[in-house]
Design a protein around this ligand. Structure first.
Ligand SMILES: Nc1ncnc2c1ncn2[C@@H]1O[C@H](COP(=O)(O)OP(=O)(O)O)[C@@H](O)[C@H]1O
Ligand SMILES: O=P(O)(O)OC[C@H]1O[C@](O)(COP(=O)(O)O)[C@@H](O)[C@@H]1O
Length: 309
């Protein structure tokens, strides 16, 4: 069982446009697709598609919160949310033939100190049957910057594996609790170390710095270039084949979902990397966020190159 935590859940709205966006004009949306979003809920859908049991946790509130739960019911994903007074946010992804994808991410509502305490008290019970816990995305306003640090400590005390996928101060503080795996992208590495990454050697160097803190699996995702994995067995590069990208939103979440499944199944690191790159790249072929066609994943998987560096 894999529990995916999304503190800042969202109704993700994908607007499919048939015409290129022209700023300052009225644009009509050809098709809208709503999904239960915020990074961790994309992770949950991917875990389910990979064939593992999953449960979603985090905060939801208001009418959007009710709607989000109904979307998860339709997806067949179980959940155990903390219900809060604030209204769950919406995030918009506009897909047009000119710019590709343009995202508008709301900050999210306020979570009170009482709501945070209540969630943390219930958290050990929520994850008690989980082998792996994923913690993804931003936190809503009002929450302490050390929230992920506290949650990782709880997961590790129970002897479970935990993947952290976040950015900025939440990542910095979260790393101090030594999660089993982290998956920053290039931007997140640059923010974390306050540097500019200029080469693959740079990426490997910073990944090693994180690994040396005591984090067993460090994955740096590099978009169309695939991903790098630093672990005890060595340093690996996973390269996807060139594909006709449709929508890359949720690719990082798909990678986290696939790695959670790989950790649950105790896959060898190189097999896990191949699996995760194939799943994430297959997500880029789907117009909807956090989903993929298993047949396309299998096809891509045959052409993913795993190189030991
Ligand atoms: N243009 C692309 N072509 C093929 N695969 C892609 C592309 N963009 C993303 N992916 C896949 O998704 C993974 C995660 O993407 P990335 O954009 O690095 O994550 P994030 O969404 O966290 O920024 C990559 O490692 C790769 O496997
Ligand atoms: O919680 P955050 O960091 O604000 O991100 C939320 C948004 O990011 C997305 O997951 C997309 O993220 P990625 O493309 O990086 O995987 C949206 O689906 C979601 O609503």
């Amino acid at each position: 069982m894999i529990t995916t935590v999304t503190l800042n859940a969202s109704i993700d709205k994908a607007y499919h446009m048939t015409q290129k966006i022209e700023n300052g004009t009225v644009m009509r949306v050809a098709e809208t697709h709503n999904s239960a979003g915020g990074k961790g809920l994309n992770v949950a859908r991917v875990v389910k598609l990979c064939g593992s049991d999953t449960k979603a946790a985090g905060f939801v509130g208001g009418y959007n919160g009710q709607y989000l739960e109904s979307l998860l019911d339709a997806d067949g994903i179980s959940y155990e949310f903390e219900h809060i007074n604030g209204e769950t946010r919406s995030c918009i992804n506009i897909l047009d033939p000119g710019y590709g994808s343009t995202e508008y991410l709301e900050g999210g509502c306020e979570v009170t100190a009482e709501e945070e305490t209540s969630f943390l008290e219930r958290f050990p019970g929520i994850i008690r049957n989980s082998d792996v816990v994923t913690i993804s995305g931003s936190a809503p306003r009002g929450m302490g910057r050390d929230i992920y640090q506290k949650m990782i400590r709880i997961v590790k005390k129970l002897g479970r594996k935990v993947i952290l996928d976040t950015s900025g101060e939440y990542l910095k503080r979260g790393l101090e609790s030594l999660p089993t795996m982290v998956k920053p992208n290039k931007d997140e590495i640059e923010m974390l170390f306050d540097i500019k990454v200029r080469s693959q050697e740079d990426v490997i160097g910073y990944a090693q710095k994180i690994y040396e803190k005591g984090i067993p699996y460090v994955v740096i995702s590099l978009g169309g270039e695939g991903a790098l994995l630093v672990c005890k067995k060595g340093i690996y590069q996973g390269k996807p084949p060139r594909i006709e990208v449709v929508n890359t939103v949720g690719c990082g979440d798909s990678m986290v979902g696939a790695f959670a499944v790989a950790l649950e199944r105790n896959m060898e690191p190189e097999d896990a990397l191949k699996f995760a790159v194939a799943v994430a790249s297959a997500n880029a072929l789907s117009s909807n966020t956090g989903t993929f066609d298993p047949a396309k994943r299998d096809e891509i998987s045959q052409n993913v190159k795993i190189i030991k560096l």
